[in-house]
Design a binder for this molecule. Structure first.
Ligand code: 3PG
Length: 217
């Protein structure tokens, strides 16, 4: 699967911080049942790799990936656990070398036009804008669409139910990422019904169309 095909699967990619690998499968099922199959599990906790492995094995309808990938060793370990895509907050030469020609889509994080151009030079056509709201948000993406019309973005960082639809209306936004689908209090309480409701609301943000590559009409 190419990165743009991945991003076209759902309008929102939940960014998940897992503290308990046991609950990860039920959490993933709630998100998938709510219409969000593309799940980014961040490599920020000790439980992250086990969670990726558990979701990959037990939730076949999920497309689970690793987020916060910052070096080649992490990426290899995530792939070995079953990650089917990767996301990073930025792109170093070593990470670029490790992820560029692999079988799985990878979204490097960018925050400036130069970073976006460098990532495009390396063959990445879909990029994470991070941290989206802090670096200019929708105004920045609108401004980049003129000189960099070929690039598509998954803005993440500060995206919420209040602004997600406005991001998704931009022609260069393929989907958005965010942690609002998995509030720590709900996850701790194992309130999967409420998580599913949040996912349902998010998955309805933009109707998917056959052949939609993530570019709003
Ligand atoms: C992250 O890496 O934590 C993501 O950018 C999530 O940001 P958010 O919590 O603002 O959605």
């Amino acid at each position: 699967m190419k990165a743009l095909e991945l991003l076209a699967l759902a309008p929102v990619m939940p960014v998940i911080v897992v503290h308990d690998a046991d609950g990860a499968v039920e959490l993933a099922r709630a998100l998938v049942d709510g219409g969000l199959p593309v799940l980014e599990v961040t490599l920020r906790t000790a439980a992250a790799f086990d969670a990726i492995r558990a979701i990959a094995q037990a939730v076949p309808d999920a497309v689970v990936g690793a987020g916060t990938v910052t070096d080649a060793a992490q990426w290899q370990r995530a792939v070995d656990c079953g990650a089917r895509f990767g996301v990073s907050p930025g792109l170093t030469p070593a990470l670029c070398q490790a992820v560029r020609n692999g079988p799985w889509p990878f979204l490097p994080g960018v925050a400036t036009a130069s970073e976006a151009m460098q990532a495009a030079e390396q063959g990445f056509e879909a990029l994470k804008l991070f941290p989206a709201e802090a670096v200019g948000g929708r105004a920045l993406l609108r401004a980049w669409h003129g000189p960099l019309p070929q690039l598509r973005f998954c803005p993440t960082g500060g995206v919420s139910p209040d602004n997600a639809a406005d991001y998704l209306a931009l022609p260069n936004v393929a989907c958005v990422g965010g942690s609002w689908l998995t509030p720590p209090a709900l996850v701790q309480a194992r309130d999967w019904d409420r998580v599913r409701e949040l996912a349902l609301q998010a998955s309805a943000l933009r109707p998917r169309r056959s052949g939609d590559a993530g570019v709003a009409a």
